[in-house]
Design a protein around this ligand. Structure first.
Ligand code: ATP
Ligand code: MG
Length: 382
């Protein structure tokens, strides 16, 4: 039985578009599930309804098999991480964390063990005697997380708990959070708009947009087989390139032709996905920046080698992201930095790249739904 079962949940504020337009999903016991989506997707609304802080217009929420309709927040056994401002200012860190445990009648020894372990992992072990006012913002936020995690709740609801921490601390917390979740065998529903958090920490991800579930799957599913164009463009860094194309026959082969260039497709791939039987119409070709490769100018004229010009270059330490202009189209290409110390090309300089035809995604231009993905195992490592 799922720890949390959400079915046809709707919530409407005022007369506009509903904040939640009939979402359904499950979170299994001990699972770490992400609700990932852009601003306004309905993530916080989903958490608030689950915690009982707000009420749905339609749909059901079951916790541990029990319908939560009419059940008050404090009777739901959920722990929600609020932001740092919810700490008690007059209590020190230990007492802030101990407060919810005392309410539940834990022994002093059990309480201390749990608080020590949690605070050690969160890196606040030395701060237990201090009051919130004597801590930095990031430290206060970690105490707020700790206070929720020490509790023995049936599900932990977290709304972007680490988004305000600095980059280094966030990277540390991503690893530690996952450890803590395993160690405490906690069931967590974690809201984020940061795909890196979701990809690295989540057992499964629910992608939400405009109050609707777009896809539910493991991080790999979501990245390798995005269900639609929205998911494809939202997940992956840098974002997937998408190009509106016509699919057409080219002698014995097939190609996807956009206004600025043509990609020759693998015939077996076209047939495996039944694309040869599609009635003519626009499709959207999806190309991850990692699957475009810079090639020397001698390769010009070879199949799937395109010529463009540098529109912008972004260096990110060990990698480089090129924006390449081909006619009216700009494509992103991701490349590891060359070790030979060659200077980066200047803006406007000619550049040549190869499109890997084994790493293409295809979407219906009308509905946005996926038509084809790369065959597993054929896509080279990035
Ligand atoms: N109390 C409210 N009154 C009116 N509209 C609301 C209320 N709460 C949320 N909304 C609207 O519902 C939609 C979803 O909001 P929600 O806070 O769930 O988004 P979110 O996914 O958490 O976004 P963010 O990443 O910005 O936190 C938004 O359009 C928001 O404006
Ligand atoms: Mg929110």
């Amino acid at each position: 039985m799922a720890e949390l079962h959400i079915e046809g949940l709707e919530r409407r504020f005022g007369s506009g578009k509903p904040a939640l337009d009939g979402i359904s999903f499950d979170v299994a016991e001990r699972e770490f599930v992400f609700l990932l989506g852009p601003s306004g997707a309905g993530k916080t609304t989903t958490l608030r309804l689950t915690a009982g802080l707000d009420h749905p217009d339609a749909g059901r929420i079951l916790l541990g098999g029990r319908d939560m309709a009419g059940i008050a927040p404090r009777e739901r056994n959920v722990a929600m991480v609020y932001d740092k401002h919810s700490l008690y200012p007059h209590l020190n860190v230990f007492e802030n964390m101990a407060y919810p445990l005392r309410l539940r009648g834990l022994t002093d020894a059990d309480m201390k063990a749990r608080i020590d372990r949690t605070s050690e992992i969160l890196g606040i072990g030395q701060l237990l005697d201090r009051r919130p006012g004597q801590l930095s913002g990031g430290q206060q936020q970690r105490v707020a997380i700790g206070r929720a995690l020490v509790r023995d709740a049936s599900i932990y609801l977290m709304d972007e708990p680490i988004s305000h921490l600095d980059a280094k601390l966030r990277a540390h917390m991503r690893v530690e959070f996952k450890k803590l979740q395993r160690e405490f065998a906690a069931t967590i529903l974690y809201v984020s708009h940061d795909q890196l958090e979701a990809m690295t920490m989540g057992d499964r991800i629910i992608v939400l947009d405009q109050g609707r579930v777009q896809q539910i799957g493991t991080p790999r599913d979501i990245y390798d087989r995005p269900a639609n164009r929205f998911v494809a463009e939202f997940v992956g860094e840098p974002a997937m390139n998408t190009l509106t194309c016509d699919l057409m026959q080219d002698g014995t082969g097939w190609k996807a032709v956009s206004q600025d260039f043509a990609v020759h497709l693998d015939v077996a791939w076209v047939q495996r996905h039944g694309l040869q039987n599609r009635k003519p119409g626009k499709v959207v070709l999806g190309l991850r920046p990692q699957h475009l490769t810079l090639v020397p100018s001698e390769d010009t004229g070879q199949p799937n080698v395109e010529d463009g010009r540098v529109y912008a270059v972004e260096t990110l330490g060990s990698e480089t992201v090129y924006d390449i202009e081909i006619g009216g189209t700009v494509l992103r290409l991701w490349s590891r930095r060359q070790a030979d110390g060659r200077p980066l090309p200047a803006i406007g300089a000619p550049l040549h790249f190869r499109v890997n035809p084994q790493a293409l995604h295809l979407f219906d231009a009308e509905t946005g739904l996926a038509l084809a993905h790369p065959d597993p195992g054929l896509v080279p490592a990035e």
